[in-house]
Structures are given as structure tokens and as C-alpha cells.
Ligand binder design. Structure first.
Ligand code: FE2
Length: 440
């Protein structure tokens, strides 16, 4: 969109000031006695003060008023399907698949991004800062005179339908389907939409998303740091009566009123920033001889646990690419995993399922629950001529993969009415081919 500017890089120390106010950013120190233009200096910490340097995250905001000017928080009741209560339902190890989640219609009234948050599944606890939640948002209107922040962790937002205009304290981002954005813990933002909108959210209660290490791949490949975009400073100086600040705190929403816009940051600097990424920029790596690489080869971002190489959650995509492996069953292998796999589809149709997995829908293959290509896909791939083939053209599936064992919410299992009870049938047509005369 014209007029929206970004800074390029991942994990970088950025500095930005609204071009109409040159010199708004103090030089040489973070909190001068009197910052330029009469601004207040406020630090936003995204890590413990004493975190190792490579993990240390903070930004300094130079704003018209400090964030503390608001009335007391009270409970906010307009988002009844957001929850971190994982005990609403009995555990369910079945393979689960959801038809596309409903987007509210005009007759349902205006539903904005916050009111349209619905939790599908998750594990852990934001109080002890360990766990994840997977939400979908479905909305038909923009947030008006309100802003949201998450005290519990970071949001990785995957729009599936509808463009998002995300106004943050750091500036404005336009995020289209097939792009993602990450809004980290505590950052205030508001979402405007053009019309019916839907997407997925991966929330992590601890740590932040990083680029995966590349090991023997070398310095280049997968998602490149230069393709991550952070907004430039942009502010409004507005008195707005009863502006709502909505806080997700310990899994519950609260609202506080104030009489001004919180998007009043004239300049900022730091390495704790919101960012967006266009998935079409992902450089796909894969086998060019035989067999499969594991899907970790498609990792865009990872939030690591304290165990080496074990992710609290990975964000993985399955982009258009060439499939060239010789003597190989090319669709994803049959699999049982010590991780949980939640998948969604942004556009097109997924290569390992002939039907039923649709854009705006989802699937969950829980810990050690077997999964893999359906009967039709197996037969076709087993007998296909193995010539180089472009796969996943016009599609974008993704996976949130977690080392945590997730539970499904009541909304996810019952209320949304999108769970497909016949999902298991897609594997029932898989035939026995065992024949002692068929030794190759
Ligand atoms: Fe898998």
C-alpha cells in the first residue's frame, strides 16, 4: 500500500522517527532529562533485563504520554471464545479436521479482531510462562477506538482471508493473506479490515520467535533476515474519549479506558519490534536425489524450548516448489510424531489430501496419532511417473508444530460445529499390497 514504509531485517537494532519531527529520537542516551519535543521516554522490555545479549530484547518509545495514563482495568466480556482453560473437554487423541471456520455475517453485527478471537487448542499456562495457544480470528469489522495487547506472550498472525491494517505503537503494517506478522508481548495494536476476514494465530507464552539455525545449509536459505519488515514510526496526537485498552492477562481479557490514542509514539529505537514477512520470499530447500527431508526443512520461524533443538512451536510452510526425487514416494511420509501438528491452509489445496482440507479450515494430528496421505493420494503417487514436477502450485499450507501435547477447547470440539466426524475415512481405502512375489 502506498505510503507505508518499513525497515528491513530480523533481530536488528532499529531506530525510527516520524519524518515530520526530525530529531525526536534522543542521541547518545535513552532517557534524557527532557527528551526532544517534550516527549516522554518509556522502555518496553521483551526479555529479562539480564538475559544474555543475543536474547536481550527491549525498545525505547518516545511518546506524547506514557502508557500508564489510564483508568483501572475491569473484565472485558465481549470475547467469549478466547480461553486458556484446557480442561473444558475430555482429551481426544483422534485425528481432527475442521471445515472452514465461519466468518460472521452482516446480520451478526460488527465483530472485530478482538471479539472474533476463538481458541481452538493449546497447552500450558501463561502464569508459569510455558505453553502455547492456537486461535482463529473471524471478523467483519475494524477495531474502533480500541487497542489490544497481550500480556501472556507473542502472537504470530497468519491471515487467510482479507487484508489487515495493523496499527502498532511502532507504526503501521499492511498484512495480506500469504504474509504473516508477529506482534510480541505487550505491544499495543489495533486491526482494521476491509471486509470479511479470517486467519490463524499461534501464541507462545514464553520466548520469542527466531530464525532457525541453518547448519550445513550455510549462510543463505529458508527465510532471509532482510525480508522481515518492521514499520517506521508513525503517530497520531488524538484526544479520544473512552478509548479502550484491552489487555489479555492470564488468559482473561480486561479493558481500561483512557482519553487519548495510545498510538502516540513519535520516535523509537530498539530490537523488540513488530514485524511482517511475505511467505513467497521463502527459499525452499529439499532433496534433489531421493527420499524426504523432514518438514523442519520448511521452518520459517521457531520458538525454542530450553531443550536443545526442541521447539515450543515452529511455524512451517509448504510453498510451491519442484519435486524431483527419484525412486521416492513423493507426498509426505506416513508418520507418528512425538510433537503435535496443527495445520491450516491459506490458499489452494494441500498435496497430501484430495479433498476436505480447505482454505480457512484446519487439522490437528496430536502426539503419536498416525497420519499421512489419504488412499487416493497414495495410489496416485505410487503409480506416478517420476518426472520433475512443480507441486503445491497456487497453494500455501502451513503447520504449527509443537513439542507440547495440546487439548482442544469446547469451542473447537463442539461449539464451532466444523469438526468433520468422517475425517478418519480418508485412510480407510488404503489397501493391503503385501505380496511375497513382489520382491523388487
Ligand atoms: Fe507429520
Amino acid at each position: 500500500m502506498a505510503g507505508i514504509k518499513y525497515l528491513s531485517g530480523f533481530g536488528s537494532e532499529f531506530a525510527s522517527e516520524d519524518p515530520k519531527y526530525p530529531g525526536a529520537l534522543p542521541v547518545g542516551q535513552n532517557s534524557p532529562q527532557k527528551p526532544p519535543y517534550g516527549l516522554y521516554a518509556e522502555q518496553l522490555s521483551g526479555s529479562a533485563f539480564t538475559a544474555p545479549r543475543q536474547d536481550n530484547k527491549r525498545s525505547w518509545l518516545y511518546r506524547i504520554r506514557p502508557s500508564v495514563i489510564h483508568k483501572p482495568f475491569t473484565k472485558y466480556d465481549d470475547s467469549k471464545y478466547l480461553t486458556h482453560n484446557w480442561n473444558e473437554q475430555h482429551p481426544n487423541p483422534n485425528q481432527l479436521r475442521w471445515q472452514p471456520f465461519n466468518i460472521p455475517l452482516e446480520k451478526d453485527g460488527i465483530v472485530d479482531f478482538v471479539n472474533g478471537l476463538h481458541t481452538v487448542c493449546g497447552a500450558g499456562d501463561p502464569c508459569s510462562r510455558n505453553g502455547i495457544a492456537i486461535h482463529v480470528y473471524v471478523c467483519n469489522g475494524s477495531m474502533k477506538n480500541s487497542a489490544f495487547y497481550n500480556s501472556d506472550g507473542d502472537f504470530l498472525i497468519v491471515p487467510q482471508q482479507g487484508r489487515l491494517k495493523v496499527t502498532t505503537e511502532f507504526g503501521i503494517m499492511i498484512v495480506d493473506p500469504n504474509e504473516i506478522c508477529v506482534i510480541q508481548q505487550g505491544m499495543r495494536f489495533a486491526v482494521e479490515v476491509d471486509g470479511p476476514s479470517r486467519g490463524y494465530i499461534l501464541e507462545v507464552f514464553d520466548g520469542h520467535f527466531k530464525l532457525p539455525d541453518l547448519g550445513p545449509i550455510g549462510a543463505n536459505g529458508l527465510a532471509s533476515p532482510r525480508d522481515f519488515l518492521t514499520p517506521v514510526a508513525h503517530f497520531e496526537d488524538k484526544e479520544i474519549k473512552n478509548f479502550k485498552i484491552i489487555d489479555k492477562y492470564q488468559g482473561t481479557l480486561f479493558v481500561a479506558l483512557q482519553d487519548h490514542s495510545p498510538f502516540d509514539v513519535v520516535a523509537w529505537h530498539g530490537n523488540y519490534v513488530p514485524y511482517k514477512y511475505d511467505l513467497k520470499n521463502f527459499m525452499v530447500i529439499n532433496s534433489v536425489s531421493f527420499d524426504h527431508c523432514d518438514p523442519s526443512i520448511f521452518t520459517v520461524l521457531t520458538c525454542q524450548s530450553t531443550k536443545p533443538g526442541v521447539a515450543i512451536a515452529d511455524f512451517v510452510i509448504f510453498p510451491p516448489r519442484w519435486s524431483v526425487q527419484e525412486d521416492t514416494f513423493r507426498p509426505p511420509y506416513y508418520h507418528r510424531n512425538c510433537m503435535s501438528e496443527f495445520m491450516g491452509l491459506i490458499l489452494g489445496s494441500y498435496e497430501a489430501k484430495e479433498g476436505g482440507f480447505l482454505p480457512g479450515g484446519a487439522s490437528l494430528h496430536s502426539m503419536m496419532s498416525p497420519h499421512g496421505p489419504d488412499g487416493g493420494c497414495f495410489e496416485a503417487a505410487t503409480n506416478a511417473e517420476l518426472v520433475p514436477q512443480k507441486v503445491a502450485v497456487g497453494t500455501q499450507a502451513f503447520m504449527f508444530e509443537s513439542s507440547l501435547s495440546m487439548k482442544v477447547t469446547k469451542w473447537g470440539e463442539i461449539t464451532c460445529q466444523k469438526l468433520d466426524p468422517k475425517y478418519y475415512e480418508c485412510w480407510q481405502s488404503l489397501k493391503k499390497h503385501f505380496n511375497e512375489k513382489l520382491k523388487l
